[in-house]
Design a protein around this ligand. Structure first.
Ligand SMILES: *[C@@H]1O[C@H](CO)[C@@H](O)[C@H](O)[C@H]1NC(C)=O
Ligand SMILES: *[C@@H]1O[C@H](CO)[C@@H](O)[C@H](O)[C@H]1NC(C)=O
Ligand SMILES: *[C@@H]1O[C@H](CO)[C@@H](O)[C@H](O)[C@H]1NC(C)=O
Ligand SMILES: *[C@@H]1O[C@H](CO)[C@@H](O)[C@H](O)[C@H]1NC(C)=O
Ligand SMILES: *[C@@H]1O[C@H](CO)[C@@H](O)[C@H](O)[C@H]1NC(C)=O
Ligand SMILES: *[C@@H]1O[C@H](CO)[C@@H](O)[C@H](O)[C@H]1NC(C)=O
Ligand SMILES: *[C@@H]1O[C@H](CO)[C@@H](O)[C@H](O)[C@H]1NC(C)=O
Ligand SMILES: *[C@@H]1O[C@H](CO)[C@@H](O)[C@H](O)[C@H]1NC(C)=O
Ligand SMILES: *[C@@H]1O[C@H](CO)[C@@H](O)[C@H](O)[C@H]1NC(C)=O
Ligand SMILES: *[C@@H]1O[C@H](CO)[C@@H](O)[C@H](O)[C@H]1NC(C)=O
Ligand SMILES: *[C@@H]1O[C@H](CO)[C@@H](O)[C@H](O)[C@H]1NC(C)=O
Ligand SMILES: CC(=O)N[C@H]1CO[C@H](CO)[C@@H](O)[C@@H]1O
Length: 476
């Protein structure tokens, strides 16, 4: 076996001088001796067949010039209390185990030091450990990754895999950068580019993401005037396996269970790419927490609470997939020409407070499933009426629907919960064929707006500025 692998390695070395094939047949990225590498690079090993991740051994990165140990990934540390995302979703504060932890956008998340997809093992160094203008050497302990034929025994010599980073990052004053997973642009990772983008900026910064697969957990805070634009809606894919079991709540700090989330942002636009959470459960694709957020031509694929919103947002020409409670809506959100697809159960759990609008959807399509999908629910959330949302608002205007139960809305908590102020409203709800649906079984806490009686209500709610506290969104 070993001889065969050796020959295979030599053959591919001879035929493919640009690649960096080791004797054991493993291709390295960045290539050994590579120059001008972006410091946010992952380390990517492509094996002849799918490798297995070990449970001991280290990946180390040394600065070759000053000998400094820059990063260690110790595979004997478990990634999370629920490495498969299937355990308890509750915080366990008596658990003092050390888990793999990475600071992303200023917050600590549990993370996978290595992810294997097919034949490719991606090693995730801790964020922001590498600098510009340095030369690094990587070692990989023999137990870290095993090829199926055991021909790969790690990279133990500190001169076997070295690379040099770019002498400097984007010049001061640059307002537009590009992310490419293959290392051909300004950044390799979406998070690397976002970390670079200024906080609380008055000038607009644009991040372009080339087609490619960006398996990374994205989180940022306090950025403003930022546009993040995918090259291709379906082929620029940002995602991560994450949920409330893999990253349960912390003692303090934000929810950590999204694939892509942000907090305290203003004037952010995300356009034209896909975000997927590869885990199911309470697993947001996207968590929005900010003001004047635009979501434009996006594919969002999550599970429970696939989209969570706080603040104000405008969502246009977007498709959202989820598994129930697909929109967890604390925010004021104006939706236009978008599609929400829910595998089963309620489409939203709308939780807007008094004095702000909720989810208003104009010319959208909502598709439910398994006979029990409703537009919004407000059940007793184990806290009696105190914990419920008496001012919750969801207003549907010209919605095409499929797979929605005839009662349309609910379940909504009964007395003594006061439903008087709820706005569970709909106007001109249609089937997918465009024909009016049967309202006769609608729950009594919902309201069906009709023309001409409610024309002025419909007109007001058709205006994003009315819903979004005076903001008229402009998609750039
Ligand atoms: C991995 O590194 C840690 C220090 O971070 C060290 O304690 C441990 O012994 C190393 N493991 C191996 C297998 O070398
Ligand atoms: C590389 O390894 C050699 C011998 O094992 C050691 O002397 C040297 O200090 C190492 N260099 C770095 C940068 O770790
Ligand atoms: C979670 O999934 C892993 C891997 O499939 C399995 O070994 C484990 O028993 C599961 N744990 C729970 C609590 O279901
Ligand atoms: C919490 O963690 C402790 C320590 O690891 C463990 O003994 C206990 O079973 C855990 N509790 C739950 C509910 O998982
Ligand atoms: C890069 O490092 C070299 C020395 O190692 C130094 O001469 C050069 O000025 C550095 N370049 C930048 C842009 O910092
Ligand atoms: C993009 O992906 C979605 C979801 O998988 C699919 O429905 C749609 O047809 C795709 N569009 C194109 C142009 O491939
Ligand atoms: C959404 O993601 C899940 C989990 O990765 C996948 O099984 C499903 O096919 C995706 N749905 C779409 C429409 O892409
Ligand atoms: C509605 O959205 C779809 C897909 O997101 C897009 O192709 C179409 O052009 C949009 N229509 C309008 C009128 O904006
Ligand atoms: C919806 O129906 C499916 C299939 O019968 C069931 O598994 C699921 O628990 C139901 N969900 C709710 C919220 O009722
Ligand atoms: C919504 O759809 C109606 C009917 O098709 C159309 O007249 C109207 O212009 C659309 N509104 C927006 C804002 O796209
Ligand atoms: C609405 O329906 C519920 C049962 O679903 C009933 O308890 C309640 O009295 C009804 N309210 C009104 C105002 O009819
Ligand atoms: C459900 C799921 O996608 N689980 C995968 C999440 O990612 C880890 C690490 O790559 C895999 O081991 C799981 O199979």
């Amino acid at each position: 076996m070993r001889t065969l692998a050796l020959i295979a390695g030599l053959v591919s070395l001879a035929h493919c001088t640009k690649r960096n094939t080791l004797i054991s047949g493993v291709d390295l990225f960045p290539a050994n001796g590579a120059k001008d590498v972006n410091p946010d690079t992952h380390l990517v090993l492509t094996f002849p067949s799918s490798p297995v991740i070990g449970s001991s051994g280290n990946v180390t990165v040394y600065d070759l010039e000053d000998g400094r140990l820059v990063d260690t990934l110790d595979l004997s540390i478990p990634s999370s209390p629920s490495p498969y995302g299937n355990g308890s979703t509750k915080a366990n504060y008596s658990d003092s185990t050390t888990y793999q932890s990475n600071i992303i956008g200023g917050i600590d998340f549990y993370f996978y030091p290595i992810i294997v997809r097919d034949n490719v093992a991606t090693i995730y160094l801790h964020n922001n450990r590498l600098d510009y203008n340095r030369t690094y050497s990587v070692t990989i302990g023999p137990a870290v990754l095993k090829s199926s034929d055991y021909s790969f025994n790690g990279i133990t010599h500190n001169s076997s895999w070295t690379f040099t980073t770019k002498s400097r990052g984007p010049a001061p004053g640059v307002k537009e950068v590009t992310v490419a997973a293959d290392g051909s642009a300004d950044f390799n990772t979406v998070q690397g580019a976002i970390d670079w983008a200024p906080s609380n900026s008055l000038a607009k910064t644009t991040i372009h993401i080339k087609e490619g697969n960006y398996e990374e957990l994205v989180y940022f805070q306090y950025k403003s005037n930022l546009v993040i634009r995918g090259q291709s809606r379906n082929k620029t894919i940002v995602g991560y396996p994450n949920n409330s079991a893999f990253n349960p709540p912390n003692r303090q700090g934000p929810s950590r269970r999204s694939a892509f989330s942000f907090k305290g942002v203003a004037d952010l636009q995300i356009s034209g790419f896909t975000i997927t959470n590869y885990y199911r459960g309470q697993a947001e694709a996207l968590l929005i927490d900010g003001i004047r957020v635009i979501v434009d031509r996006m594919n969002l694929n999550g599970s429970g609470d696939a989209l969570t919103t706080y603040g104000t947002a405008y969502i246009a020409d977007t498709t959202l997939w989820g598994d129930g409670d697909t929109i967890l809506g604390y925010g004021s959100v104006f939706w236009k020409n978008s599609t929400v697809i829910t595998r089963a159960g309620p489409v939203s759990w709308t939780r807007t407070g008094q004095g702000v609008h909720g989810n208003v959807m104009l010319n959208c399509t909502i598709i439910g499933g398994q006979g029990n999908s409703t537009f919004a629910r407000l059940p007793d959330n184990k806290g009696g009426v105190q914990a419920n949302w008496p001012y919750a608002e969801m207003v549907l205007l010209n919605t095409k629907t499929g797979g929605i139960a005839l009662e349309g809305w609910g379940p909504v908590q009964g007395p003594p919960f006061d439903t008087f102020h709820l706005h569970l409203w709909e106007y001109n709800t249609m089937g997918l064929d465009g024909k009016a649906v049967d309202y006769s079984h609608r729950v009594n806490v919902s309201r069906q707006l009709t023309s001409p009686r409610d024309d002025s209500v419909v007109e007001k709610y058709s205006d994003p500025a009315f819903v979004l506290g005076g903001w008229t969104p402009v998609v750039s």
